[in-house]
Design a protein around this ligand. Sequence first.
Ligand code: CA
Length: 228
Amino acid sequence: MRIFIVEDEPDILRAIEYNLRKEGFETESANDGNIAMEKIIARPPDLAILDIMLPGLDGITLCKALRASKKTSTIPIIMLTARTLEIDKVTGLESGADDYITKPFSIMELIARIRAILRRTRVNSDSDEKLKSEDLELDIEKVTVKVKNKNIKLTAIEFIILKELLKNKNKVLSRESILEKIWKTEDSSNIETRTVDVHIMNLRKKLGKAAEHLETVKNFGYSWRENV
Ligand code: CA
């Protein structure tokens, strides 16, 4: 497993790299957004950690660019956001990141998040079934989503949310229960439910017309409505 870290503060970068290597990950890094972009495209890693404030391209722009490029569109991305800047968290997720972690953070927490994301993105043992809804088809084993036979690129978290919604058609899933599905064994109590809304918003954009089944249940959660 190779993890790419983009961080311009040498102490933080050194600490992350040291600890990830100790945990058995390979690491590669850059301290500038433009250089990071070149290196990541040249050799896509298994996961990328992006700081937001960077020389060259900032982390948000970099994240969007990676999502837009075919070679890198599904790489799991964790954003490092500045403390207390709520806006950073939201824009981080809107730009397509799978998760964010607020500075200052503990390396152990970062490693736990990395492991959680990698566990989710690896082919899961659920079953080989396909979930369908009209023109939409989600293949659990292949981790693909198609609308009218056209591949839709989702992030790891968007995929899990859609899978849960389709598995539970016409039931209402609370935002908390969706968070639990995303984080499985991790303690999700300190993750804000607002992040679910942002992932759902991104999911809607990507699904286009197929998302008309995705209903918001105000102040509670979401449901995939379909006449049976
Ligand atoms: Ca920085």
